[in-house]
Design a protein around this ligand. Structure first.
Ligand code: PGA
Length: 265
């Protein structure tokens, strides 16, 4: 983390889990265990239908509620889709875009991701853009090339003035839901490459203001090491975010009082 230039973001990706009846108890326990957590921005991303329940449950807290996807279309005959305008209308502040499960299971392309990022930013919703190599790409040594292409395409046409609202999540596909993670140094090297790419596109001031998260089997046990890396500004947490105590522990791991902060740009 580098708290001088950018926000630390700890985001929960609940995926297709939880019921409306469970949201309130989760929120109460999380609020009690995490406290105000002023050192970071906490985001919870439930399924669309649970968003109102989550907003109600977290109303008296600093926790923001996000969505897990949105339509790349503005409105019209797109049965089953949810638009950026509809998310903005109910007060959604963040949206996960291009998660590997959407890329892998629903054929989402880098171009789709770009259209969704554009749609979210047009409605002032902060995109959490997911990028990451799969196991084969890692083995071939093309991680940086793969991630560079994903980030470059996702951000095509995004003006520098909107970049400060963008969050990027580096999520190696082979680490998601597997209990395997890269070393903190390897994850930070990819995050650093993403920041260097943004620096090339938009300059140093913009690059140092963008929060770059790590995602993929983040747990209370490994969060401290990952978050101590200067280029890793938070986490996108799947499995561990379904437990209020584990998620609260990750939020506490982001507290600078709990690690030796490094403050280089
Ligand atoms: P995981 O999921 O923490 O369960 O690996 C992360 C994600 O998919 O965003």
């Amino acid at each position: 983390m580098n708290r001088k230039y950018r926000r630390t973001v700890i985001a929960a990706n609940w995926k297709m889990n939880m019921l409306a009846s469970e949201v309130r108890a989760f929120a109460e326990e999380l609020k009690q265990k995490a406290g105000p957590a002023r050192w970071c921005d906490v985001v919870v991303c439930p399924s669309f239908v649970l968003i109102p329940a989550a907003q109600k449950a977290f109303r008296d807290s600093r926790v923001a509620v996000g969505a897990q996807d949105l339509s790349l279309h503005e409105s019209g005959a797109y049965t089953g889709e949810v638009s950026a305008a509809q998310l903005q209308d109910i007060g959604v502040q963040y949206v996960i875009i291009g998660h590997s499960e959407r890329r892998g299971n629903f054929g989402e392309t880098d171009m789709d991701v770009n259209a969704k990022v554009t749609a979210a930013l047009a409605r002032n919703i902060r995109p959490i853009i997911c990028v990451g190599e799969n196991a084969a790409e890692r083995d071939m040594g093309v991680t940086i090339e793969r991630v560079t292409l994903q980030v470059k395409t996702a951000l095509a046409g995004v003006p520098a003035s909107k970049m400060r609202r963008v969050v990027i999540a580096y999520e190696p596909v082979w680490a998601i839901g597997t209990g395997r993670t890269p070393t903190a140094e390897d994850a930070a090297a990819v995050a650093g490459a993403i920041r260097a790419l943004i620096r090339g596109l938009h300059g140093a001031r913009t690059a140092r203001a963008v929060s770059i998260l790590y995602g993929g089997s983040m747990t209370p046990a490994n969060a401290g090491d990952l978050l101590a890396q200067p280029d890793i500004d938070g986490g996108l947490v799947g499995g561990a975010s379904l437990s209020p105590s584990d998620f609260a522990a990750i939020i506490h791991a982001a507290n600078p009082d709990n690690y030796q902060g490094i403050t280089t740009a």
